[in-house]
Design a protein around this ligand. Structure first.
Ligand code: BG6
Ligand code: MG
Length: 214
């Protein structure tokens, strides 16, 4: 096997939170009269909350916002988002994801999370994976957002794996770039796969079993 560890992005790979993010950003943008649509939302995939806010505010032409006001807007979005997350349950973990994770673990691979989200522990707990992974590297322990490789390099370090023997799984182009910048191979699903951002661009996460086993 060419890999010792698999480093999974969370949002859009393990579970789908896209719609919740979209609705919360949309409500926040509406509240200050800023146009926001799904095309802009697509640019938010993979990047940190404050970087997302700067992207959303590109179309803001009101009075200059202080750092405190920007933080308050990000918190407003996050409060709305967390209200939706509370509705999540283990039913939001797709069976094919659970089966794939269990198979990869049985193959002897270390499994870790590498996510930009500060809500990672909460989401993992909601979907029943609170203590599943060998390591969790997330928005709470990094200073640089994807496409910087920091979150994946820390995940690799936590599981004691050489980055060159880690496979990153991503749905965001920024996340695929982060994996490559860290010297890792990348397997993509969703938007990143549609953009051919990975070394493998998968239709189903189940394809990981064959990729990791080779
Ligand atoms: C990523 C999402 O997983 O987490 C981004 O793809 C999001 O869209 C980022 O901005 C940060 O999330 P959170 O939960 O810390 O606001
Ligand atoms: Mg993602």
């Amino acid at each position: 096997m060419q890999f010792d560890a698999i480093l999974f992005d969370l949002d859009g790979v393990i579970c789908s939170t896209d719609e919740y993010h979209y609705r919360a950003w949309k409500a926040m943008a509406d509240s200050i009269g800023v146009p926001f649509d799904r095309t802009i939302n697509n640019r938010l995939r993979g990047v940190s909350r404050m970087v997302c806010l700067d992207i959303v505010l590109e179309k803001y032409h009101g009075p200059a916002l202080s750092a405190e006001e920007k933080l308050a807007l990000a918190e407003k979005k996050n409060d709305l988002y967390r209200t939706s997350l509370k509705e999540m349950s283990p039913a939001d973990l797709p069976a094919e994801v659970r089966e794939t994770l269990d198979t990869l673990r049985a193959m002897g691979l270390k499994l870790a999370i590498g996510s930009s989200s500060k809500n990672t522990p909460f989401i993992l707990e909601r979907i029943g994976l609170g203590d599943y992974f060998d390591a969790v590297s997330d928005g709470n322990n990094i200073t640089h957002s994807k496409p910087d490789p920091e979150v994946f390099l820390k995940a690799a370090e936590m599981v004691g794996a050489d980055p060159a023997r880690c496979l990153v799984v991503e749905d965001a182009v920024s996340g695929a770039e982060a994996g490559h910048a860290g010297g890792m191979k990348v397997a993509c699903v969703g938007d990143a796969a549609a953009n051919h951002a990975g070394d493998w661009n998968m239709k189903s996460i189940r394809e990981l079993i064959e990729i990791a086993g080779a």
